[in-house]
Design a protein around this ligand. Structure first.
Ligand code: FAS
Ligand code: PHB
Length: 389
């Protein structure tokens, strides 16, 4: 087999890169370890930045998003029993779109089908070779047969646990990590969202987030232990803890119902420097992880793909390598600023049992200042809608 760009990973990063390059006339093959049903069934992110919305439209996968997505001009922070709205539109002139990653992935798969994109599922034993040459290749097993895929470039879009990043020699990569002492317990329920917009609640017992997918599908999260056993969490227990962490008036409006999905996600901040090794480029969770507090994971994958696709289109169009040579630095600049915001928002809203009394006062004062200062809210808002590409 031969292609221009071999893409490892059929999540949002890999599929979006494949779609954009295909439109530009550049051949790709996507190698995905799991089944299509499994990938399309994942429940993950829920908020799209402006830049992500524009990128999906340019990739001809924005039609259903624009029809079914919910435009949000703001969100609220619940603090000291009250609600403080962050008016994104007034503060930045921009909005966010509530449209689940599940739907984005389904739209990307449908577009790949329409255009005859090559996405191989249930692929095993992916291994990359000759990354420092100008003719790298991948070996893998599929449908019981061994295969070799020759290519010009390899895009590692295989998430945090994929093989791409590990293929970069340890001495050529620097890794930065912070593991948080808690996780998120998430529930999806066929109930009306408790509010018209998202609510991020800071509470002494722990963080809570009220989100949604549509007017009859709500997504809720509560801070929990990172090693939480999901079997210990009945729906009733989840709703009780969620109510405790919300302002009284909001809790009184909470419509509860059976969970149709329940899962625990650990929280970490992670960055791999570099995002390029020879003919291998890392994008999305393969290169970095953010705690979901800032709703940035999927959006950061999108900006990586914006930079990487631009660079590859330049190279195939003119042989100019300035884009691919500058990809890692350009992507990492936005990655680190987004990591900062996600870390800041996580530190602001979660309870850290081991914090000293002074640190707890600093956290409360930070929230007091944020909810009283137009300048502070503007800084939050411009990060939340997405920093420029
Ligand atoms: P992905 O992990 O989505 O995709 C990588 C793909 O590579 C997967 O399909 C995987 O099967 C495949 N792969 C892995 N190893 C392979 C191999 N050896 N061979 C071939 N394929 C291989 N972000 C938010 O903004 N908000 C959230 O609430 C949120 N919640 C999350 C909850 C969980 C449990 C997780 C894990 C992430 C969450 N995220 C959230 C972040 C998430 O949305 C990611 O940022 C997003 O999926 C990144 O997309 P990709 O980089 O494509 O990685
Ligand atoms: C979600 O709806 O899943 C969601 C929304 C905002 C976040 C994280 C997750 O910050």
């Amino acid at each position: 087999m031969k292609t221009c760009v071999a893409i490892i990973g059929g999540g949002p990063a890999g599929l979006l890169l494949s779609q954009i390059l295909h439109i530009a006339g550049i051949d790709t093959v996507v190698l995905e370890r799991r089944s299509r049903d499994h990938v399309e069934g994942r429940i993950r992110a829920g908020v799209l930045e402006n830049g992500t919305q524009s990128l999906l439209r340019r990739a001809s996968v924005g039609e259903r998003m624009d029809r079914e997505g919910l435009i949000h001009g703001g969100f609220s922070i619940a603090h000291r029993g009250g609600m403080h709205r962050i008016d994104l539109m007034t503060l930045t002139g921009r909005n966010v779109m509530v449209y689940g990653q599940t739907e984005v992935t389904r739209d990307l798969y449908a577009a790949r089908d329409t255009m005859g994109g090559v996405v191989l599922h249930d692929v095993e034993d992916v291994a990359v070779h000759d990354l420092r040459s100008d003719k790298p290749h991948i070996t893998f097993n599929h449908a019981g047969e061994a295969h070799r895929l020759d290519c010009d470039f390899i895009a590692g879009c295989d998430g945090f646990h994929g093989p791409s990043r590990q293929s970069i020699p340890r001495e050529s990569r620097r890794e930065f990590e912070r593991v948080y002492p808690f996780g998120w317990l998430g529930v999806l329920s066929e109930t009306a969202p408790v509010d018209d917009e998202l609510v991020y609640a800071g509470h002494e017992n722990g963080f809570a987030l009220c989100s949604m997918r549509n007017p009859r599908l709500s997504r809720y999260y509560i801070q929990c232990r990172s090693d939480e056993n999901i079997a210990d969490w009945s729906d009733d227990r989840f709703w009780t803890v969620l109510r405790e962490r919300l302002p009284v008036d909001l809790a009184a409006r909470l419509e509860t119902g059976p969970s149709i999905e329940k899962s625990v996600a650990p929280l970490r901040s992670y960055v791999c420097e570099t995002m390029r090794y020879g003919r291998l480029f890392l994008a999305g969770d393969a290169a970095h992880i953010v705690p979901p507090t800032g709703a940035k994971g999927l959006n950061l994958a999108a900006s990586d793909i914006h930079y990487l696709s631009e660079a590859l289109i330049q190279w195939y169009g003119s042989g100019n390598s300035s884009g691919i040579d500058g990809y890692a630095d350009r992507a990492l600049s936005r990655v680190w600023k987004t990591e900062r915001f996600s870390w800041w928002m996580t530190s602001l809203l979660h309870s850290f049992p081991k914090n000293s009394p002074f640190e707890q006062r600093m956290q409360t004062a930070e929230l007091d200042y944020l909810t009283e200062s137009q300048a502070a809210m503007t800084a939050l808002a411009e990060n939340y809608v997405g920093l420029p590409y």
